[in-house]
Each structure stands twice: as C-alpha cells, then as structure tokens.
Design a protein around this ligand. Structure first.
Ligand code: GLN
Ligand code: ZN
Length: 761
C-alpha cells in the first residue's frame, strides 16, 4: 500500500527561507548563501519523508517565491519589460518579476484559489515566445536522487497554467489564453524528456482548475493537451492532481478519460461528491491517490474514520491501485508541531502540522497493508475522543444561542436613509466627511512597548501610559489635520485578528505556526478550537479613552466575524457558519458595550469577506447568506443614531455587490485606488441603496504622497457617479505599514482636497 504527499511547505520550521531571502534582497548575503539555505531545507524535507517511508515523495515543490512563477520561468514567458536576454533565468530576472526592481514594477499577484497563498499571475499575449528557460524541475529531481531519494517531480499542469494566466495589456478582451496551448506544450515535452532521461519514473501534473466550473471548451483543452503529450509521457507513470474542492461530474469524466495518465489525485476532505463519483465508476487499472489527510488545516486526522473510507475505496479500485495522500499540498498548513513549546498539552494532542501529517499518511498506508501501528492508532483515537468531550471545547450556552440564529433574519428596524438622517443630527458632519480606516503608523518604539509588555518586562501601568500617550498623539494629529471622524490608531494591536482572538475564549495561538502568504511573507493564523465567547469587553477601554480626548466623533474599531473566521484555522468538528455565528455574537456584545460607553460611530472591518467565497458557484449563495447574516447580527442591536461603518479591502466586488448592500451598513469604505472603473457599477448600486460610501482616494500600499489636485480629481470622478451627500473621503486602507513622514502630508492633502471641493459644491 503506497503513500504520497502532494507538496510540502518551503519556508522551513522556523521560517529559515524567509530570513535567507530577505537577507539576500537586502544585499546582506550572497546568492550562494541563499542557495545553501534552500538546499538544506530541501534535503531535510526529502529525508523526513523518506524516513517516514513515504513512497511517492514530491520534488520541485520547493520555490524561491512561487510555483506559478517557476513555471513562467520554465516556459521563458518573461514579460518584455524585464529585459531578459534569453538563457537560463537567474535570480535577477526571477526576483524582478516577483518583486519589481528600481525601474519596473512587479508582476501582478493574486490569490491561489480560496487560500491565503498568492501566486504571480502570468501575463501572456499573442506575441509571447516560449523557450525552455529554467531547468529547476530537472535539477531538483537530480539533487534528490543524489541524496538517495527517488522523487516524483511536480509541474503546474499546462492547462491550469494557462487558465490562471491573464492576457497581456492591450489584448484583454480579444485574446484567448488557451490558444497558446500548442506553443507551451513543446517546452513541457522538453522538460518531460529530460526528467525521463534523468531517471524519473513518475511525474505529477497539478491541475487544480479542474475543480472549478469549467465550460466544455476549457475541459476539451485538457483532453487535447494530454493527447498531445501522450507519446512523450510514454514510459512514465503520470499523476494528475486536483485539490481544494470536489471535482464536478463533467470534469471527472474528462479527467478519467485523459490519455497517457496512470493516476488521479483527489481532495477527499473538502466535499463528498468526488467520493460518490468514484463509487459510481473508476477506470480499471488506474491509481487512485486519495487525499484524506487535510492539507488546509492543522487538526490531527481522524485515522479510524479515514481508514474506513480507504477500505471502502480499496474495494472499488483494488489494493494495488490505492494510494494514501494529502488533500492538497501541505504548503497551506503550519510546518512542524515539534516547535510549539508553549501550546497547551491537551490542545497540542489534537493537532498535526505538515511534519505530523506526513507520518499520518504513512500510518494509514501501513494499516491498509495490514501493518497497523496499534499504539499510534490508539493514541490518535484517544486524542479524538478527548477533543470531542473536552469541556474547553463546548460551551452549551454559546451553542444554544448560535443555533437559535440559523434560519432567522436579523436586520435593523429602520432603513438606511432614515438612520443616516438620525445620525447626522447627532454627528453634524460636513458634506464629504473625512476619516481614516483605523490604524496609524506602527513605530519601532510602539512595537517594542507591546513586545515588552507581553514579555512582562514592563508593568501594566507603564504599558497603559505608553499606549495612552500614543493615542493622544494620534488624536492631536487628526485634530490638527481637521479630520471629521477620528480613530484611535490601533496602537495596542499587533494584528487585527490576533488582537481579538487573544481576548476571546475558544482560541489558541502558536509560536511558529507560520503559513506562506506570498514570497517571504507568512501569516500565523490563530486556531479556533472551541465555542467562542467574550469573557470581557475588548476595546471599550481604549475607545472610550480616545473619545475622552476629543469632542469630535471617535470611531470604535472592530474586526468582523467573517474576517476573524477566514483568517484563522477553523475547527472542523462543526460547520463554518456555526463558528461564524458564535463569533458574531461575541462581537455583538462588544458593539453594544461600545455604544453604551458613548461611542456613536463603530467600524466593523470585513477585510476578508470576499476571499471566503467558495470556488464553486453552487456553494456561493449559501456562504454569502450566512456571512452577511453574521455581520448584521453584530450590529442589529444598536440605536438608529449609532453609525455602523464597514471596511473591505480588495476591489473586485462586482459579483457580490448585492451581498455587500445586504450587509446594511451605514457607511462602507473600500479599497479603490487601483481600479476606479471597475468600481463604477458598485457605486451606482450604492446610490440606489443610499448608504455612505468611501472609496479610497489614495493608495496606502505605496510610499508616494498624492497631491491635493490629484485627490480632488479623483473625488470629482466619483462625484460624477455618486451623490454628494453619500460620499466619504478616506484613504484606501489602514496606515499601519506607512511612516509618519508619508502619512502626515498625504492626509493633509486629502483634507485639503475635500475642503476645496466643498466650496465648489
Ligand atoms: N482597521 C484596520 C486597519 O486600519 C483595517 C485593516 C484592513 O483592512 N486590512 O489597519
Ligand atoms: Zn483594508
């Protein structure tokens, strides 16, 4: 019975690659230093998998930045602006594409399916020429072989590569990316031949786009591509790997009909329909790579339950043809539980990070082969049982309250226009009111204070004093700038989710549970392990302190339930929406306490609402329904005079605009600085709806300081579509990553632009 791992995290257990990359980019270490760190990481990963007796060990899942960018390099598809002169692509061109350089910006990056990983989007036009320009796949295969490990080289499949690309500038509307298939396949053939010559016996093509809603034309491209590759692939065993969702019935038919393919990999954790398809018919003699170990989460596998699924599958495909695998690459989970020295022992027994998941995969394969490690299985069963019955997981009152929400509707009684009138009487704001999104620059000094308080190096008193002083500074600055609705600046927060998670019951935190987000950037999601409740107010002290420093309205600042959910590792023992409702109830308590404390404007950020949208259209309506419902629950209890703001990053709202309106916020601020036109339709809907709208008037992601004229011009463009009385003037997002030297002049110009336009109205 065989075992397989789809892919493995690259960063290293202590983010070794991150530090090596950043040191290289800063010119503090050489290319050889970086290559050495990378080679050590790869060899330890291969060794770990071979020690765990994994049969199909992947190679080429390492990357210095991103596997899609690696494929772009392999194909020599470098956009002309990077001045690549042919030859093997080196760090220079590679990192220029990833990060930009002094004269050229980076290529666009976007989310990898519904994960928090971002890939570099290939830019392809009719003039692109392809050539075999990065031999990385072959080099890595040989490197592993020299270490005594025969690996399965992994390539991003040709059809998924094209479907994830975007047409180059100028041909956006007219160009068919799939028309390039016949141009990239010759390069794939060269790579395949080289891998064969180097001794590879298997090859894995990742074709995750097969889980999307693809039309017949796109499905046909898979059939065409693999028919074309068939003769080159002969002599190799070929695995087509899918992940992140069920495979739709049509795609399953296409996939299992592909020529020259030996096995298929499926995500058996997300959704249950693929299992039904397999039960309904699986091609004779082919291998089934069963992804039963979750690559997207941190929970220990329920081995007994997986084993029974596998045994059932064995009955369908035969003993020799069943391979135990992970649901997707382990890239999307944390690296190694061994380094979690501070985690509670019981909670730790419920978890498995990438290193532990490798062991689980092997244990399942051994058990199927009749060599069950009884001790390992019974320890796992005990952990599963303890998780089910642990009092720290269950809070009956919370369960009951959350269950009662399902199926019901929660909406503020008065409509938004009437509410805005009531609020205006109280707030008395000018037209084009100015505000910011929440955070102000986080100086090194500020970070030091928080760190020392956490490490108990400074007293609570000193900490409170320091934070109060920071708030005072931020309030004074905003009054100086003459901003209308103030914020306290979020100096007490490290991260907008972690800050709340730390104060809510049901959350645990890791020390090294990092997951790659893009390039060298990693995030450390909190773990939601139990029913969520709020033992004490979380922000009231700071918000009311800030309000006491000014007579202007002070915005309370909260993170919304959907964002807390989407940026955490979520429990898998109850549906996501139930967890979300629980968080919503906790935030609701906070909203109401803020209101009682005299805060009249409360912003509830839902930065991550869009990214939780399921991949398959058939599942989107349900998600949006409970996500938006959760948001409304948080503020259904406030008076008409309390103004609820929400903020969302990202600008591709067009497809979910009705859901955004359904959130029924009084004011919506959104990122806009990079794509005015796309948002026009959103604005128009906004007019109908009547809520206040604050499309960001300048880009906070860049250090550039926009001029008054430029901002005024942008506001004018918005005014052409929107009514004056609903438009707010604010930056795109929080200012925490900027410097004061950038923020002060930028906000000054922003307020000046608003004032200028007020006189012209
Ligand atoms: N209030 C948060 C801030 O300003 C919002 C951040 C975000 O949208 N990502 O930092
Ligand atoms: Zn934002």
């Amino acid at each position: 019975m065989a075992s397989h791992i789809v892919g493995y995290p690259r960063m290293g257990p202590k983010r070794e690659l991150k530090f090596a990359l950043e040191s290289f980019w800063d010119g503090k270490s050489s290319a050889e230093d970086l290559q050495k760190v990378a080679a050590d990481l790869r060899s330890s990963i291969w060794k770990q998998m071979s020690d765990a007796r994994i049969k199909y060990i992947p190679s080429n899942t390492f990357s210095y930045y991103d596997q899609v960018l690696d494929t772009t390099a392999m194909l020599g598809a470098v956009p002309p602006r990077y001045n690549w002169n042919g030859g093997e692509i080196g760090f220079d061109v590679y990192f220029s594409m990833a990060r930009g350089n002094a004269s050229v910006p980076a290529m666009e990056m976007t989310k990898w399916f519904d994960t928090n990983y971002h890939f570099i989007v290939p830019e392809l036009g009719p003039d692109v020429t392809f050539s075999y320009a990065s031999h990385k796949a072959v080099t890595e295969y040989k490197e592993a072989k020299a270490l005594g490990v025969d690996t399965v080289p992994v390539l991003v499949g040709p059809v998924s590569y094209l479907l994830l690309s975007k047409p180059a500038k100028g041909v956006e509307k007219t160009f068919s990316l799939l028309s390039l298939l016949n141009k990239i396949l010759p390069v794939y053939k060269e790579v395949i031949s080289e891998l064969k010559a180097a001794g590879a016996s298997w090859i894995q093509f990742d074709e995750p786009t097969l889980v999307l809603d693809l039309d017949a034309h796109k499905l046909q491209a898979f059939t065409d591509a693999y028919s074309e590759l068939e003769s080159t692939l002969s002599g190799l065993s070929v695995l087509i790997e899918t992940y992140f969702a069920d495979v739709p019935a049509e795609a399953y038919k296409t996939l299992t009909g592909l020529k020259g393919v030996t096995g298929y990999g499926f995500d058996l954790v997300r959704g249950t329909k693929t299992l039904d398809l397999i039960k309904g018919g699986f091609p004779k003699g082919k291998y089934l790579f069963s992804g039963v170990v979750d690559g997207r989460n941190i929970w220990a596998n329920d081995l007994a339950s997986s084993l029974s699924t596998l045994q059932e599958l064995e009955g369908i495909v035969g003993k020799e043809n069943l391979v135990v695998s992970t649901s997707c690459s382990l890239l999307h989970t944390a690296v190694d539980l061994v380094n979690e020295t501070k985690l509670d022992k019981e909670i730790k027994s419920w978890l498995a990070f990438a290193a532990q998941k490798v062991v689980e995969v092997n244990a399942l394969a051994q058990a199927l082969a009749g060599q069950k490690d009884e001790a390992f299985f019974s320890a796992n069963a005990a952990a599963q049982a303890s998780r089910k019955s642990s009092p720290r997981v269950t809070n009956e009152a919370v369960q009951k309250a959350a269950a009662a929400l399902k199926g019901s509707d929660h909406r503020r009684a008065t409509n938004v226009s009437a509410r805005l009138d009531a609020q205006q009487k109280k707030l008395n704001l000018p037209v084009l009111p100015t505000t910011t999104i929440g955070s102000f620059p986080q100086t090194l000094e500020l970070r030091r204070v928080r760190r020392e308080y956490k490490a108990k190096k400074i007293s609570e008193d000193d900490y409170v004093k320091a934070i109060k002083a920071e708030i005072k500074k931020v309030v004074a600055l905003q009054e100086d700038l003459d901003i209308d609705v103030l914020v306290h600046g979020e100096p007490e927060r490290n991260d907008m989710v972690e800050y709340f998670g730390e104060q809510l019951s049901g959350f645990a935190f890791t020390v090294n549970g990092w997951v790659q987000s893009y390039g060298s950037r990693c995030v450390k999601p909190p773990i939601i392990y139990g029913d969520v409740s709020r033992p004490n107010p979380m922000t009231v002290f700071w918000s009311s302190t800030a309000q006491s420093m000014t007579s202007r309205p002070m915005k309370g600042m909260l993170t919304g339930p959907v964002t807390i959910l989407n940026w955490s590792f979520v429990r898998n023992d109850q549906p996501r929406h139930e967890t979300c409702y629980q968080i919503a109830l906790a935030i609701k308590d906070e909203v109401e306490d803020l209101e009682k404390a005299g805060i009249n404007v409360i912003q509830i950020d839902e930065a991550a609402l869009r990214e939780g949208l399921p991949l398959r259209k058939s599942e989107q309506a349900f998600y949006l329904e409970w996500a938006v419902h959760s948001f409304r629950i948080t503020n259904v209890g406030v008076q008409d005079t309390t103004q609820i703001h929400t903020h969302m990053c990202y600008s591709n709202f067009n497809d979910i605009i009705h859901s955004i309106i359904d959130m029924d916020a009084d004011v919506i601020t959104i990122e806009n600085s990079r794509s005015d036109e796309k948002l026009l339709s959103v604005f128009r809907e906004g007019v109908k709806y009547g809520a206040g709208i604050g499309p960001g008037v300048y880009d906070i992601h860049s250090p550039r300081i926009p001029s008054t004229e430029e901002i005024a011009d942008r506001i004018n463009k918005m005014l052409a579509v929107l009514e004056t009385n609903i438009l707010w003037v604010n930056p795109d997002c929080g200012l925490k990553t900027r410097k004061y030297s950038e923020v002060k002049p930028a906000l000054k110009n922003m307020v000046a632009a608003a004032k200028l336009l007020r006189t012209e109205l």
